[in-house]
Write a protein that binds this ligand. Structure first.
Ligand SMILES: Cc1cc2nc3c(=O)[nH]c(=O)nc-3n(C[C@H](O)[C@H](O)[C@H](O)COP(=O)(O)O)c2cc1C
Length: 359
């Protein structure tokens, strides 16, 4: 029987186990939106994961949706990420960069220090309901600028350039963030994509942007270094997807022939397992699963590997708080408790000071 502690070959990248660190924004980038020495320490501490997936990293200045998130669009950022990947590799770990364009989830205030008077962009000019975190506290979302056809193509080129930078920075691959209501998801969902051109108007149209980003990135850095994260039906960030089966089976059909490193499914809720199983049937590559659970993903979910539901299980909050999570899962605990007050922003506290098990 396969267990979580067995190695796995991820399209040529050898992973020591099937326990992944889920992508988690930590809002601790330094000036120039660069990862710091502390970032390198944080990820190196977690290098016993079979695979680390980084926090969301913006592929362009306008793709930033939260304060102090890092980018992969400047030489300075690429050089700074090299220090992170070197630190992880020195500990024997593997690390993919999550490329996250936040689309309409953002605020002009977060971009005010960038040239050009930037405003969040989206498939359609539909503001998200709710509030966004800015340096001055929560603010209403603004109506985003609707991307023109030419701008959609430029945005795809930004993803490609960021993926190229990721490889130059020593990442083992990239994960494209198509989940949680950010730009790629905004193209997929009918309430955020009201377009009538080739990028919307039908299931095929709504799926096109995700598929084209994946194809373009895979062509640039190799499909074996390209993964995609999706969260079918997940309402986070004001997404409404009444018929996710249609959308996501069409998306998987479009990307299946490419031979990607993996598909990463973040389940939206207790009803999402049937669709997960359906997508697994239709996707012949590696399936990473961040399962729907009541609290944070826990040791019990490792059974999903043993029963064949997934190839790799991704842990979010528990990995954040337990740098040596695979060892703790093997020992059946104990676990440090995640401190939600230090999830976003701040210093080393709640970042690099969670202890490992003694001895
Ligand atoms: C602090 C924090 C930041 C997160 N940031 C991201 C992110 O940048 N990209 C992403 O795809 N998901 C992000 N997530 C979602 C996690 O990857 C994961 O799906 C979620 O925490 C549920 O998994 P868990 O129950 O194991 O924590 C974040 C979650 C947390 C707790």
């Amino acid at each position: 029987m396969t267990t979580a502690f067995d190695p796995i070959d991820l399209s040529g990248t050898q992973l020591a186990n099937r326990i992944a660190m889920a992508p988690m924004t930590r809002s601790r980038a330094g000036a120039g939106r660069v990862p710091t020495g502390l970032t390198a320490e944080y990820y190196a501490q977690r290098a016993s994961a079979g695979l680390i997936i980084t926090e969301g990293i913006q592929p362009s200045p306008v793709g930033q949706g939260y304060p102090d998130t890092p980018g992969l669009h400047s030489d300075e950022q690429t050089a700074a990420w090299r220090r992170v990947t070197d630190a992880v590799h020195a500990e024997g770990g593997r690390i993919f960069a999550q490329i996250m364009h936040s689309g309409r989830i953002g605020h002009p205030d977060l971009l005010a220090d960038q040239p050009g008077g930037l405003r969040p962009v989206a498939p359609s000019a539909v503001a998200a309901r709710g509030k966004v975190f800015t340096h001055e506290g929560p603010k209403d979302y603004v109506t985003p600028h609707e991307l023109t056809d030419a701008e959609v193509r430029e945005t795809i080129a930004d993803f490609v350039a960021a993926a190229r930078n990721a490889v130059a920075a020593g990442f083992d691959g990239v994960e494209l963030h198509g989940a949680n209501g950010y730009l790629i998801h905004q193209f997929l969902a009918p309430n955020t994509n009201l377009r009538t051109d080739a990028w919307g108007g039908s299931v095929e149209g709504r799926v096109r942007f995700a598929a084209e980003v994946v194809k373009a990135v895979a062509a640039e850095i190799g499909p074996e270094r390209t993964g995609l994260r999706i969260s079918p039906g997940n309402p986070f960030n004001d997404i409404d997807e009444p018929a996710p089966e249609e959308t996501y089976t069409a998306l998987v059909a479009a990307i299946e022939p490419l031979g990607l490193a993996y598909l990463h499914v973040l389940e939206g809720g207790p009803d999402s397992r049937a669709l997960t199983l359906e997508l697994r049937k239709r996707f012949s590559g590696t399936l990473v699963l961040n399962p729907a659970t009541e609290g944070p993903t826990s040791a019990e979910e490792l059974a999903l590997i043993e029963n064949g539901t997934a190839d790799i299980v991704a842990f979010g909050a528990l990995f954040l708080a337990n740098p040596d999570l695979p060892a703790r899962l093997r020992a059946n605990g104990p676990y440090n408790t995640p401190d939600t007050a230090t999830f976003y922003g701040g210093d080393h506290r709640g970042y690099t000071d969670y202890p490992a098990l003694a001895g």
